[in-house]
Design a protein around this ligand. Structure first.
Ligand code: SF4
Length: 216
């Protein structure tokens, strides 16, 4: 039994809305707090508040859904040190675990069994200076990199980074996602095809189904 605890905004069961496990029933553990302020953030309600729960209670709540997939998200989950312990305990319990992280904090101490879905923040996010480029060599072939694209300029920037770091060869998938309400998804889809990019286009399924209401 462990006494460690984390500030938690919500634990809920829904369909995975993003990444390569999109559509799979998943338990989400949303940790409270984030040191970034991306202009398109859709989880500002997780910046403050939350409830302090012991890791044992978190594990019990997760288990009550009898899930196969767990997604630890935020906020920025790695901003709380005990997140690393939670990730390991979830893997030990036999779940397939993914971590959604901003790319601004070090990922080298994350349990290697965890699939890291790491953002690279574009200029349009307002947080490009926070990218921790040292994280890229730490990523493994099971991990994913996500760009949220706000404009054509962001697209060009992302395309450049794709080449510069040979990202498509480094991780299982590079995800290009249109920033909701900033560019048309169809525009982004057509740019990707025109340039024959080795990336995966994605829309956020939970926004289409539930209009981004917390708890889904
Ligand atoms: S890193 Fe994520 S949670 Fe934090 S401000 Fe950016 S989009 Fe929001």
């Amino acid at each position: 039994m462990t006494q460690a605890s984390l500030k938690i905004t919500e634990i809920f069961y829904s369909l995975q809305g993003e990444s390569t496990t999109v559509g799979l029933p998943t338990v989400f553990v949303r940790l409270t707090g984030c040191p970034l302020r991306c202009c398109y953030c859709d989880s500002e309600y997780a910046f403050y508040g939350g409830e302090r729960l012991s890791l044992n209670v978190i594990l019990e709540k997760v288990a009550s859904y009898n899930p196969r997939y767990i997604c630890v998200t935020g906020g920025e989950p790695l901003a709380q040190r005990e997140c690393l312990k939670l990730l390991t305990l979830l893997c030990d319990a036999g779940y397939q675990v993914s971590l959604e992280t901003s790319g601004a904090l070090a990922v080298d101490a994350v349990d290697p069994r965890v699939i890291k879905v790491m953002d690279l923040k574009t200029p349009g996010s307002g947080e490009v200076a926070r990218n921790r480029w040292e994280n890229i060599p730490v990523l493994t072939p099971q991990d994913q990199i996500k760009f949220v694209i706000c404009s054509r300029e962001d697209y060009e920037w992302a395309r450049f980074k794709l080449d510069e770091f040979a990202l498509a060869e480094k991780v299982s998938d590079v995800l290009f996602s249109p920033s909701f309400g900033q560019i048309q998804p169809l525009e982004l889809a057509e740019w990707i095809l025109a340039d024959n990019l080795k990336v995966r286009f994605q829309l956020q399924l939970h926004k289409l189904l539930w209009n981004d209401v917390p708890g889904h």
